[in-house]
Design a protein around this ligand. Structure first.
Ligand code: C2G
Length: 153
């Protein structure tokens, strides 16, 4: 009997925290179904992604432990997905702890520990800081270079 596990996420800038969670969820059953938030749904969550939905869906679909990736278009689709795919376990990272307990009447609900020190948000912040610092450092280097060149003229 196939034990279907279900989860949802944005999976922007796919990272080790996402992979750890998906692998842990797959270990709880034999078939992992993942709902990937569309760009429109993310807009309603107030989330701006770097990677567009089509690419995030394709990346998640091609993760070895993922059996099927589907679009997540609205909050309320979970119950329908659970029934349609005969889901045994619904799981999320524990930053969502308690938020989906209402689904306990139709399947087991688990919240697994998040992976520390990594998140799409922190990666975006780092990239934005690197950009600015990088340009400032380049300006400094060019300033030093032009001083040296002036001395030889
Ligand atoms: N996650 C994790 N460790 C991290 C970062 C994320 O375990 N360092 C988990 C989150 O707890 C979540 C999953 O990875 O279960 C996907 O995280 P996000 O892409 O941030 O998903 P989110 O935007 O929270 O969307 O209907 C549910 C929503 O779609 C969840």
């Amino acid at each position: 009997m196939n034990k279907v596990v279900l989860t949802y996420g944005t999976f922007d800038l796919f990272h080790i925290g996402h992979l750890n969670l998906l692998q842990r969820l797959k270990d709880l059953g034999d078939y992992l179904l993942v709902g990937v938030s569309t760009d429109e749904f993310n807009a309603s969550k107030g989330k701006q992604t770097v990677v567009r939905f089509e690419d995030r869906l394709r990346i998640v679909q091609n993760i070895k432990c993922v059996d099927l990736a589907i679009p997540e278009t609205h909050w309320e689709q979970k119950r329908g997905d659970i029934e349609k795919h005969d889901v045994s376990i619904f799981g999320m990272g524990n930053d969502w702890s308690g938020k989906f307990d209402a689904l306990r009447d139709c399947c087991e609900v688990v919240y697994l520990p998040r992976t520390d020190d990594v998140s799409s948000t922190s990666m975006k912040k780092l990239l934005s800081v690197l950009d600015k610092t990088h340009i400032d450092e380049l300006k400094q280097a060019l300033g030093i270079l032009s001083t040296i060149i002036d001395r030889f003229d």
